[in-house]
Design a protein around this ligand. Structure first.
Ligand SMILES: Nc1ncnc2c1ncn2[C@@H]1O[C@H](COP(=O)(O)OP(=O)(O)O)[C@@H](O)[C@H]1O
Ligand SMILES: [Mg+2]
Length: 95
């Protein structure tokens, strides 16, 4: 968001899932690159600023917990949704 704007984080429980949404008011992610943003080392930031690993690592962690992450974006509003099944959290507590 270039150090300005609003970041909103919501969490609800629905259908045996925890759904977390992270919404920002930044420039958005153009449709041309949306399919690439979860790839390791894909970054649009300048050299030394971005690693391109943030979303790759986040997606891998979420998938290890049998969850998924989706994105919807338009200029001025980007939403990431994280879905985590409550079942696997329960299973982890059992370990
Ligand atoms: N909330 C966002 N708003 C706009 N672009 C984003 C957002 N999140 C990710 N991106 C795009 O996806 C790319 C990859 O993101 P990420 O994996 O976190 O790596 P990095 O932040 O190091 O570039 C970013 O460089 C940017 O182009
Ligand atoms: Mg990042």
């Amino acid at each position: 968001m270039d150090y300005q704007g609003t970041l909103t984080i919501d969490a609800i429980v629905q259908d045996q899932q925890i759904q977390v949404s992270i919404t920002d008011t930044g420039i958005g992610i153009s449709p041309e690159i949306q399919y690439k943003i979860f790839e390791p080392f894909f970054t649009t930031k300048s050299l030394g600023e971005g690693s391109g690993l943030g979303l790759d690592i986040a997606k891998k962690i979420i998938e290890k917990h049998s969850g998924k992450i989706t994105v919807e974006s338009q200029p001025g509003r980007t939403m990431f949704h994280v879905f985590l099944p409550m079942q696997s959290i329960q299973e982890m507590e059992d370990v």
